[in-house]
Design a protein around this ligand. Sequence first.
Ligand code: HEC
Ligand code: HEC
Ligand code: HEC
Length: 134
Amino acid sequence: MYNGGKILLGLIIFISLVTAPFWLSGKQATAKPDPKIDTPEILKLPESDRQCVESKAYMKKEHMKMLNEWRDWVVRDGVTVYTSTTGKQYTMSLQNTCMKCHSNKKNFCDECHNYAAVSPYCWTCHLEPKEKGL
Ligand code: HEC
Ligand code: HEC
Ligand code: HEC
């Protein structure tokens, strides 16, 4: 075998470079977003009833779609009340419903959005909740 050492070293460097994105992003994945649900409005709910409009899993996956639907229903169809799968009714409003419970935009919405590198453009028109001392 000729120059086996150099070839091996070259291989090691090559493999490290090729796989770098994977182990680098693996590191990032441990700094998971941690959205906080400890707002006054949510803590006011009885513990047995501390829920979102729909299940947590559904909200996590579908909240963007839900917001679009809410907007269309309100603005196009003039429907203002949403009945959840549990039969509860909510006024369809970003500011007055979602942000009433989730008044901690920075520690809730932004916590995930910064991580996912999305910045919804909603806040140029809709008011952000005023955060006290956060
Ligand atoms: C009545 C108060 C209330 C309202 C109104 C409300 N939420 Fe929630 N939301 C909660 C609570 C409480 C949780 C945590 C549920 C759980 O842990 O089971 C939650 C969870 C979530 C989650 C999942 C968070 C995670 O960690 O995965 C998202 C996303 C979310 N809400 C978005 C919204 C949006 C968007 C709206 C308006 C369409 C909204 N919420 C309206 C109380 C509310
Ligand atoms: C559990 C994490 C999480 C929480 C909490 C959360 N979001 Fe999101 N949101 C996401 C992710 C991830 C995306 C991007 C999804 C995609 O691109 O498919 C997103 C996308 C969106 C979008 C669409 C943006 C776009 O450019 O497509 C809107 C609108 C939105 N979120 C609103 C909210 C609001 C309002 C809140 C707070 C009440 C909130 N989200 C809380 C994870 C979260
Ligand atoms: C160019 C300005 C503008 C932007 C940007 C905007 N909206 Fe709206 N939105 C409006 C107006 C105006 C209404 C109608 C208000 C009314 O009828 O009371 C509305 C209504 C809504 C409604 C139903 C009523 C309510 O009070 O919430 C929802 C839900 C909504 N928008 C969600 C969103 C979301 C989510 C985003 C970001 C992805 C967004 N909007 C971005 C202007 C805007």
